[in-house]
Design a binder for this molecule. Structure first.
Ligand SMILES: [Cu+2]
Length: 160
């Protein structure tokens, strides 16, 4: 037989089929999780002028707003912190975060949750989460943003 011809052996074929099968399983699982945890997937909630973030519009007044049984939070992620400095919500209710930055790129990872969007100047990113367990949740910046990056933290207080 020609030495340059590669023959797929029986076990090699079985291994390839198994590997592709596993990838198919992962894709189905990802599809299921995308539907089950829709809110954790960051979506764009519009654009803003990054130079105006501190002076005009929703983000000049960072706050927690109660809308019916839910919360809408407007967050300014800046170098090096988050506004409002304290976010207080009740457990078991949907919290929708709208976040933007007036300067550089930041992260908004809420520890012990799946919330982990990237915050880009000029864009409003939206994620939502229902905090089931009361307590304190730390927010950390996980996108390098300058000398104060490592100390860029905040917190969410979830009341029972
Ligand atoms: Cu940052």
């Amino acid at each position: 037989m020609d030495e340059n011809v590669h023959v797929i052996e029986r076990y090699e074929r079985a291994w390839i089929v198994f590997g592709l099968g596993m990838i198919a399983v992962f894709i189905v699982l990802i599809g299921y999780l995308m539907i089950a945890n829709r809110g954790t997937i960051p979506i764009s909630a519009g654009r803003v002028d990054a130079t105006q973030v501190r002076s005009a519009g929703d983000f000049a007044n960072p706050r927690v707003e109660q809308v019916g049984n839910e919360y809408v939070v407007y967050v300014q992620a800046f170098a090096f912190g988050y506004l409002p400095t304290e976010i207080r919500v009740k457990a078991g209710r949907k919290v929708t975060f709208n976040i933007t930055s007036p300067d550089a790129q930041h992260g908004f990872q809420i520890e012990r949750t799946n919330i982990n969007p990237q915050v880009i100047p000029g864009e409003v990113v939206q994620v939502s989460h229902v905090f089931r367990t009361p307590g304190e949740y730390r927010i950390i910046c996980n996108e390098y943003c300058g000398i104060g990056h490592a100390n860029m933290v905040s917190k969410i207080i979830v009341e029972p």
